[in-house]
Design a protein around this ligand. Structure first.
Ligand code: 5GP
Length: 193
């Protein structure tokens, strides 16, 4: 088991509806030493990529993406959830269905912060059905930016998002891939990587 898998086994809680709670170290209280290690691990896995910017989505991707951006020495930009309809045309827009909140959000990134010159590493905390990643890929495409890779902290391998993104040909790295989790026993099984 790697450092993250060990932590998930120790502190992760399996909830109903295929939800893994990691509020004690990632999604509410944040373990900064662990985040530093996560940042270093993404740098190692994407060391050969030319990355000019890290792209993530609010809210839970932001803290993680900061540490990745620090490792690469580049800015981080996050897609914001927006209620107002964009009429000015100064933002890239994508629609993202939230797995945990079961609603749809319009997310935006200002055109000032993404361009065709950018080479992006897209980061998020979880990968379930892939809606958040697809939304960020759509924004990158709208900007004409290059997606160098996608980095996920915890992929739920029993949901279809990971397969869909890999089938599109993207370089996707997940630090832990949960193969199965049992709400009754709390047992979590990881995919061997
Ligand atoms: P997707 O868009 O891939 O269906 O879901 C990914 C998004 O939903 C992530 O940004 C994450 O915030 C949230 N999410 C999905 N599954 C889980 C989960 O099991 N636990 C937590 N804490 N968040 C999740």
């Amino acid at each position: 088991m790697n450092f993250l898998e060990e932590r998930i086994v120790k502190d992760g809680i399996v909830k109903a509806g295929n939800v893994l709670k990691v509020d004690s170290f990632l999604n509410h209280q944040m373990d900064i030493q662990l985040l530093e290690e996560i940042g270093r691990e993404f740098k190692r896995r994407f060391a050969d990529k030319h990355v000019t910017k890290i792209l993530t989505i609010e809210a839970s991707g932001i803290g993680i993406a900061c540490f990745v951006a620090k490792e690469f020495g580049v800015p981080m930009v996050f897609a914001k959830k927006s209620k107002s309809i964009n009429i000015a045309g100064d933002v890239y827009v994508a629609e993202v269905e939230s797995f945990t909140h079961m609603n749809k959000n319009q997310v935006i990134v200002s055109k000032a912060f993404l361009s065709e010159e950018d080479h992006l590493l897209i980061i998020d905390d979880f990968l379930a059905n892939g809606c958040a990643l697809q939304g960020m890929i759509a924004i990158a495409e709208a900007a004409g930016a290059t997606v160098e890779g996608l980095g996920i902290v915890i992929e739920k391998g029993f949901q279809h998002g990971g397969r869909a993104i890999r089938n599109l040909g993207y370089h996707l790295e997940s630090l832990a891939i949960v193969e199965a989790m049992d709400e009754e026993t709390g047992k979590i099984t990881f995919r061997q990587q």
